[in-house]
Design a protein around this ligand. Structure first.
Ligand SMILES: Cc1cc2nc3c(=O)[nH]c(=O)nc-3n(C[C@H](O)[C@H](O)[C@H](O)COP(=O)(O)OP(=O)(O)OC[C@H]3O[C@@H](n4cnc5c(N)ncnc54)[C@H](O)[C@@H]3O)c2cc1C
Length: 377
């Protein structure tokens, strides 16, 4: 649902300029320094992107899913590490607050998140609880009026600059029903963010473990009812999956542009390689997959706005788009030949970055499980 076509059109024009003039030129530096350049962060903040889907009443842009998908098609045309910094603020943590938070909790956290004054981290995964999130063991036991949290969360995106932690912890009982959500200030005594870990790509969005050593947490940190945490986290997955499908379609389009530029400029055997049918076929398959992902993301975004989206369809879109993105990145690297393999080319950087999207927010195998269950049960 597009609520105001002219506002959305203006937003897309501004996002295109942001991507072309500021974000793409800063990609190589961000990758080299593993830090988002300040100019890029300021420009992202100025466009309100930290608050993409936080309602306007809490200081965000309050976009519908269709508006968000349209925006991500444009913002996908640059390094996805930018998105991993700004979009997580209106992702899992904010969505849980919006769904189950008290008015006081919303007022306390959401305006800061929407402005990018605080960076939100989503603390679910642990060493023994990855795809099987319900196996987590971080505990929250009653301590006076409040809670005492102990455990270790693994690979928390943006942890080195965390301004808010949405922590999933076990308050009692086995499996998913024993898990509760807590919105926590990272400055509380007993919380330690470990050094950032080196990773293959997505440099600029740092990842670190977070250790909770008997952290005394106030009673109003609990979001929603006790035992509802994982349910709340999973309820936001459709939205994340469509967001990532749109992002992936944008990334495919960028990769195709990079490949096209190279194929037209690079001459072998006396002609541009673009004239070789074998190279043309790499583009044809890539364009078809990018287009399919774009259409899927927009169509299902509209279905989500209408309330008719089936969860299995969101999983199918994430599965298709991120797997297709992997194939497109591989083909466009092939178009570049040896140049695509050398450190420093855009296609080499994006090839490393996009690999994560088949692992995050449910691996491809987990998406297939959701799709198959939707059909067969
Ligand atoms: C860079 C990065 C950033 C991250 N950021 C965050 C974050 O901010 N917050 C957070 O909580 N987590 C984060 N994670 C963790 C991420 O969510 C997990 O990596 C992901 O859920 C997969 O879990 P795993 O890595 O333990 O893989 P595993 O679950 O061990 O899976 C390994 C393989 O087995 C397959 N597999 C597992 N179970 C099944 C099954 N039942 N059927 C078929 N195949 C199966 C998987 O698909 C995969 O191929 C991050 C990870 C990375 C790498």
């Amino acid at each position: 649902m597009i609520r105001d076509a002219s506002r959305q059109a203006a937003r897309l024009v501004a996002a295109r300029a942001l991507v072309e003039d500021i974000l793409i030129p800063a990609e190589a530096r961000m990758d080299a320094e593993d830090r988002m350049p300040d100019t890029a962060r300021a420009a992202i903040r100025a466009q309100g992107l930290f608050g993409i889907s936080i309602p306007e009443t809490h200081g965000g842009l309050g976009l519908t899913m269709e508006e968000e998908a349209g925006l991500m098609l444009v913002l996908g045309r640059t390094a996805p590490a930018y998105r991993a910094v700004y979009a997580l603020n209106s992702g899992g943590a904010a969505q849980i607050l919006l769904r189950a938070g008290t008015d006081a909790q919303k007022r306390h956290w959401l305006p800061d998140l929407a402005r990018g004054d605080r960076i939100a981290c989503f603390c679910l995964s642990e060493a023994e609880a990855g795809s099987d999130a319900a196996a987590l063991t971080t505990s929250a036991r009653r301590d006076g009026d409040g809670w005492c949290i102990t455990g270790r969360k693994r690979w928390v995106t943006n942890a080195p600059e965390a301004g808010m932690l949405m922590v999933m912890a076990r308050t009692g009982g086995e499996g998913a029903r024993g898990i509760s959500a807590f919105a926590i200030d990272p400055a509380l005594p007993g919380i330690e963010v470990q050094p950032a870990q080196a990773k293959m790509g997505m440099r600029g969005a740092q990842v670190a473990d977070v250790v909770f050593d008997n952290v005394a947490v106030p009673p109003d940190a609990l979001v929603g009812a006790e035992g509802e945490g994982l349910k709340l986290a999973l309820a936001g997955l459709d939205k994340v999956r469509l967001h990532l499908a749109a992002l992936s379609a944008g990334l495919m389009e960028r990769l195709i542009d990079e490949g096209r530029r190279h194929a037209l400029a690079r001459r072998q055997f006396g002609t541009p390689i673009a004239e070789q049918p074998a190279i043309g076929a790499l583009f044809a398959d890539s364009v078809a997959e990018a287009l399919a992902a774009r259409c899927m993301a927009l169509e299902l975004a509209r279905a989500r706005d209408d309330g008719t989206l089936r969860p299995a369809d969101a999983a199918a879109a994430k599965l298709f788009a991120t797997e297709a993105l992997g194939r497109v990145a591989d083909r466009m690297l092939q178009v570049h030949g040896g140049e695509g393999y050398m450190v420093g080319s855009a296609v080499e950087r994006l090839y490393r970055d996009v690999r994560l999207l088949r692992i995050l927010d449910g691996t491809s195998e987990i998406q297939r499980m959701v799709v198959a269950r939707g059909l067969l049960r």
